[in-house]
Design a protein around this ligand. Structure first.
Ligand code: EPZ
Length: 416
């Protein structure tokens, strides 16, 4: 099994280019199934999760072709097929094909998604919305089946602004009869990117990025060309790498408006974040202080940056607090950080962090994608050497993270 060997690194310096967003390209690849046309996606990151979604699309008959970071998708031969457990188990985002396949073909059968380390992650809000649009949903033998001659638009209120449920319902509504209104919708930038993609296909989605999204169903959609937005979580991860090493880096291909919460919290800790010609510059130029943070749906502080910020907060002088309100079990990284000498106490959905002078490198393991990233960051700071195991979690969502960190001066190498 591959692992990352990280040794205490000096302040990171230099420039790093941010990739296209994983959490935007996955729903957009699913949305391509809404048409039998030919779509071209630009700036697609080469990630394990993207390859799983490619295999899933090919399962339905899509023909895919890569050219560096451009992915071409030919959907002229697609037809419904039961989405298999071994693909859906690997990646919860596989479930995003349900809306488009149901909307396009009137029936879809998909294995129940596996849970994962950060919580049970049910899909009740997805199913409730599809049922409201007339889908007849049955569960059996670990599969979910949905049928509907024609989905009918309806007004749907989401009990929680679920990103995946919002995306699935936008895609289902795109070819439904009449108007669908999604209330208490997720407002993440990836929702806006998905809406822009569907509108480029000839769809009619309005209000993405607000809590109320209106989708007017259309007869059919065509393929299109679309550039994926930059990955705000990869950007936040590198901003935090600069912070924890007291470095000075420039990030390119970044939309500063998408990472305002991360910018605000790093500034509150005493890190400088400023726009520059090529993107944004992040650097330390004075003493740091503690901060408290609470994760919330967008535009609140992103839960996907919580582990990385926790690693940084372990190094701040004094007591900090993190409250995780989005997932019920997203503190798996705490026990691994404590192996490095961090002082953290969990109380319910909050973690109380006592800053420490130093961390001591040792063997730790990634439990999920962002927890793994947090351990890499902690390893840059810890004395000696830190071995991070189970790095397949990290490589699901970060393309070449070791090369990028090394190019900034980090002592990190990947060994099989
Ligand atoms: C998306 O997951 C992201 N994944 C996650 O990123 C991210 O953490 C999450 O949104 C929140 O921002 C992708 O976009 C591929 P949710 P998703 O539905 O859609 C509950 C990463 O690291 N819920 O907004 O699965 C759920 O249990 C990953 O890149 C229901 O109760 O997240 C959770 O507590 C990790 N019922 C909360 O809502 C439902 O039907 C947020 O889930 C759906 C969700």
């Amino acid at each position: 099994m591959a692992k990352f060997i990280v040794t205490k690194s000096g302040p990171l310096k230099g420039k790093v280019a941010i990739n296209g967003a994983k959490n935007s390209v996955l729903p957009i690849m699913a949305a391509s199934l809404l048409s039998d046309g030919f779509s071209t996606l630009e700036d697609v990151p080469r990630l394990e999760d993207v390859h799983v979604m490619c295999r899933l699309l090919e399962y339905f008959g899509s023909r895919l072709k890569w050219n560096n970071k451009t992915l071409s998708i030919d959907n002229s031969q697609i037809r419904p097929a039961p989405a298999p457990y071994d693909l859906v188990r690997k990646m919860r985002a596989s479930f995003l094909v349900m809306g488009p396949i149901l909307s396009r073909f009137g029936n879809v059968k998909i294995s129940l998604p596996g849970g994962c380390a950060i919580g049970t992650r049910p899909i009740d809000l997805h199913l409730k919305g599809l049922a409201a649009m007339g889908a007849d949903i049955t569960l059996g033998h670990g599969y979910i089946e949905a049928k509907a001659d024609k989905l009918i638009g309806d007004r749907i209120y989401l009990d929680f602004p679920s990103v995946g449920a919002t995306e699935n319902l936008i895609m289902a509504a795109a070819l439904a009869e009449g108007m669908t209104i999604i209330e208490n919708a997720a407002e993440e930038p990836e929702i806006i990117d998905l809406a822009n993609f569907i509108n480029s296909m000839g769809g009619n989605v309005k209000g993405a990025g607000t809590d109320t999204i209106k989708i007017e169903g259309v007869e059919e959609l065509s393929g299109c060309t679309h550039t994926i937005i930059p990955d705000r979580i990869e950007a936040g991860t590198f901003m935090t790498a600069a912070a924890i090493t007291g470095g000075d880096i420039i990030l390119t291909n970044v939309i500063i408006d998408h990472i305002r919460p991360v910018e605000a919290k790093l500034k509150e800790a005493g890190i400088q974040v400023e726009p520059v010609e090529e993107g944004i510059r992040v650097y330390k130029n004075g003493p740091l202080n503690t901060l408290d943070l609470k994760t919330l749906p967008y535009p609140g502080f992103p839960t996907d940056m919580q582990p990385q910020m926790m690693a940084f907060m372990c190094t701040l002088p004094g007591t900090s607090m993190i409250t995780e309100t989005v997932f019920e079990n997203r503190f798996m990284h705490v026990s691994e950080l404590k192996r490095l000498g961090a002082r953290i106490k969990i109380e319910g959905r909050s973690a109380i962090i006592e800053g420490v002078e130093r961390l001591q490198g040792t063997q730790v393991k990634a439990t999920d994608l962002r927890a793994g990233a947090a351990l890499l960051l902690a390893g840059l700071y810890a004395e000696g050497t830190t071995e991070v195991l189970d790095i397949y979690h990290i490589e699901r969502g970060y393309e070449g993270i070791d090369e990028k960190l090394r190019s900034l001066g980090a002592n990190i190498k990947r060994v099989n």
